[in-house]
Write a protein that binds this ligand. Structure first.
Ligand code: PLP
Length: 438
């Protein structure tokens, strides 16, 4: 049964599909997962975001037409589906949709879910404990000079490869916090520039993500007024991501899309440390149970979530210890070790992981622009590897068979490629991406 793991670990540098041998029926483990993060916890997170909506609407006018709720469209992309079919000379099952977190307001990436949620939660905790606000107040109050003055005495810090720093930095600065972002060498210059333009202190490291995190954590621990957002183990980040599931359910309902045993939902999400895809997948499992099949996508040079789960070494697994370089063009996914919390909770939930070579990310990106005229960043394109190869690998085809999903049922599936970033990428950087061939 576990030869699947051994094979994947041995081939950790290669493009591959790993099917998770630890996955259990959700009905079997629902009770256990409840103890970690419950439906009430997710509901509580959703309500917190609603309380902050008036503040967000006021400070970020681009959220005007969603009334301060940061949510992204779900768009069917049939021309992209056709483009992939032509490229790979194959037929892809089901209807293909793009969940456009690439275009989430404020931060332009999936990090607008987890990162922003955690900052808001911290701000609310501080304001409540100091009697600055009560739960029944209109949270537009958070936009006042008095509140900004209050938050200025507190610091928020985070280690990031780029996008997490952007979401935390932008929202913390908007609330008035003093902000320090510890950036790994993968972080793109334009992201650092954008943050500095908003008054955020950016500290650069010549090393990878794990070091930026540990240095950030150290710096924060020295200061009693400082709060560290810990991407490698934060439950609040996870909750912010999990809220996506209920909102997706509503979008599917609005499109009259059924999800049941005869109409599976297949979701593929790029993974860095695993927080974003893990939180979203967890939320989806709680709603759709065994009828949703969650796959992650990682760069083949940096498949840390795959490694963490397959070895069961979790956060102690580092791709470099297994012969992979950890280096990737996909800056949003450049985490050599995965999240401790997420690899544990995903062990029995994630269906599998597709890994992809960097060069293909740019190819997928070009296909999406040519076919649908949608721009997303290279990291975000990793999920198309799963879309294109859903049944192309022997083990992935076998997976669906074992789940009782025949070819005919697969034809009725809804496939969601979760786009995780891109709308803030400046034009000149995009032009560079467009001309990158690896
Ligand atoms: C951060 C990020 C991810 C993955 O999120 P993790 O929580 O690190 O797994 C995926 N895509 C993009 C563009 C990101 O910035």
């Amino acid at each position: 049964m576990f030869s699947e793991n051994e094979k994947a670990i041995e081939n950790i540098k290669e493009e591959q599909c790993w099917i998770n041998p630890f996955k259990l029926s959700f009905e079997m483990i629902k009770g256990v997962t409840e103890l970690v993060v419950s439906d009430d916890d997710i509901e509580d997170a959703k309500e917190r975001l609603s309380r902050f909506a008036p503040f967000i609407k006021k400070v970020f006018p681009e959220t005007e037409n969603t009334d301060g709720i940061i949510e992204s469209p779900l768009r069917e992309i049939p021309r992209m589906q056709k483009a992939l079919e032509e490229e790979y000379q194959t037929e892809l099952p089901g209807r293909l949709f793009l969940k456009m977190d690439s275009h989430l307001a404020v931060a332009g990436s999936v990090k607008a879910r987890g990162g922003i949620y955690e900052v808001l939660k911290h701000a609310e905790d501080l304001a409540l404990s100091q009697g600055k606000i009560s739960l029944s107040d209109n949270y537009e109050k958070f936009a006042s000079d008095e509140m900004r003055e209050f938050f200025k005495q507190y610091t928020v810090q985070v280690g990031s490869t780029g996008n997490l720093g952007m979401s935390i930095g932008i929202m913390s600065a908007a609330l008035g916090f003093t902000v320090k972002i510890h950036m790994s060498h993968d972080a793109k210059k334009w992201k650092k520039d954008l943050l500095r333009s908003r008054g955020v202190e950016v500290i650069e490291y010549e090393s990878d993500y794990s070091l930026a995190v540990s240095e950030g954590r150290k710096s924060s621990d020295l200061d009693p007024m400082s709060y560290f957002v810990d991407d490698e183990k934060s439950v609040d980040l996870f909750l912010g991501y999990a809220v996506a599931a209920g909102r997706l359910k509503k979008q599917l309902d609005d499109k009259s899309i059924t999800v049941d045993g005869k109409h599976p939902l297949i979701v593929i999400i790029p993974a860095g440390v695993g927080g974003a895809p893990g939180g979203i997948c967890y939320g989806l499992k709680r709603i759709f149970g065994d009828n949703v099949h969650c796959f992650f996508a990682e760069p083949s040079n940096c498949a840390s979530v795959l490694l963490g789960i397959a070895t069961q070494k979790f956060e102690k697994a580092n791709v470099r210890d297994f012969g992979a370089s950890g280096k990737t063009e996909a800056d949003g996914l450049a985490c050599a070790s995965p999240s401790s919390f997420v690899t544990r909770i995903m062990t029995n939930l994630v269906s599998g992981i597709f890994t992809v070579n960097d060069g293909k990310l740019y190819d997928y990106m070009r296909h999406l622009i040519t076919s649908e005229n949608i721009r997303i960043e290279p990291s975000s394109c990793a999920m198309f590897e799963g879309v294109a190869n859903l049944t192309a690998y022997e083990n992935s085809a076998e997976y669906f068979k074992k789940q009782g999903i025949s070819k005919d049922i697969l034809k009725n599936s809804t496939v969601i490629a979760w786009a995780t970033g891109g709308s803030l990428v400046p034009d000149e950087i995009f032009t560079e991406y467009l001309n990158t061939y690896l």
